[in-house]
Design a protein around this ligand. Structure first.
Ligand code: MRU
Length: 338
């Protein structure tokens, strides 16, 4: 099962509920745009490329649920739904990219029936292309890995963050498919533990050796020589920085200090080269994520909390960016990437 897909019998979105992993593998359906927005906000579906597909399928869902009898009214509805979906998470550029791409397809329709069909075809194309691009990206990235390498990663940039295969973990999958013995060190990724809950789960499913560490151990393991390369995903790449899960910047600084290559693996849809770091909104999440571990209280309820979901890593800390179009090195010129 892909991370996110379309149920053609019910015309609903179907997805793996990632909040339940690793204890439970469960598929859930979203029959309304509101339930999709809830699923995105609570991270049932997450990861930049998967959010691109969620945005696309969300617009299709709004077209299918619409009772509008005229094309103009349907267009208004999908545009309103698209705005609502985009607002759920501001940092990953893929979400708005997926929404806008499907809305553009709907605008080509001549009637409401065609509009629904165009929306679904385009959303499905985003999902299919994501898998293909990740596999291409994986092939390029695998050339950077040597037999016997240990790769450190942060958060989950695997098949569950995408439609399938993965970006950072896709590179590792491709290298292993080429017969290279690659091991992984996964940072747990506080506060929502995408590393310990999801990355380790999906790697173990594929029998890829993985060792779990706390985020604060990354300096120690790099200093001990236990890491050959770092590979992370990205939520948005501006001209001057890579936005990814909070903690990524810290790993980049330590990797630079120890002369360990720091690679970013991301599809071209993650690039936002018209903008700079200062212009990007970093999502601030609820204080409860730090005050509780599940239902267990781990901080005074009255304590002040700062909980950004992402950070920005300046380009000077990035050794190379791996995309479906190849591997790019500084100064990362947009014309070369696209
Ligand atoms: O908050 P999340 O879990 O959506 O954050 C995900 C990440 O930061 C990933 O590293 C990023 O989206 C790249 S996924 C291929």
């Amino acid at each position: 099962m892909r991370t996110i897909d379309w149920d053609y019998e019910k015309n609903n979105i179907i997805m793996i509920d990632q909040t339940l992993l690793p204890k439970e593998y469960k598929l859930i359906e979203c029959a309304t745009v509101d339930s999709l927005c809830e699923a995105i906000q609570s991270l049932r579906v997450r990861g930049a490329p998967a959010l691109g597909a969620a945005g696309g399928f969300g617009v299709a869902l709004s077209a299918f649920r619409s009772k509008a009898s005229s094309l103009g009214a349907l267009l208004d509805e999908v545009e309103t739904a698209g705005k609502k979906i985009i607002l759920t998470r501001p940092t990953a550029v893929n979400l708005s990219w997926g929404v806008k791409r499907v809305i553009r397809a709907v605008e080509e329709a001549n009637n409401t029936k065609e509009a629904r069909m165009f929306a679904l075809d385009e959303a499905k194309a985003i999902a299919d292309e994501d898998v293909k691009k990740n596999m291409e990206l994986g092939e390029h990235g695998a050339s950077l890995l040597e037999d016997g390498d240990t790769v450190m990663t942060h958060c989950n940039a695997g098949r569950l963050a995408c439609v399938d295969w993965g970006t950072a973990l896709g590179v590792i999958r491709s290298a292993r498919a080429q017969g290279k013995d690659i091991k992984v060190i996964s940072c747990e990724t506080r506060p929502l533990n995408q590393g310990s809950r999801i990355t380790t789960w999906e790697l173990l499913e594929d029998k890829i050796p993985v060792t779990l560490i706390t985020d604060s151990m990354s300096g120690a393991v790099m200093r001990k020589g236990m890491v050959d390369k770092v590979i992370v995903g990205a939520d948005r790449i501006t001209q001057d920085a890579v936005f990814n899960k909070i903690g990524t910047y810290t790993h980049s600084v330590i990797a630079k200090e120890h002369e360990i290559p720091f690679y970013v693996a991301a599809p071209v849809s993650t690039f936002d080269f018209e903008r700079f770091e200062d212009e990007i909104e970093i999502e601030l999440r609820k204080p409860e994520e730090l005050k509780f571990f599940g239902t267990h209280q781990i901080a005074p309820l009255e304590v002040e909390v700062y909980n950004p979901a992402f950070d920005a890593t300046p380009m000077e800390n990035v050794t190379a960016i791996i995309t479906e179009n190849g591997i790019f090195y500084p100064p990362f010129l947009i014309d070369e990437v696209k």
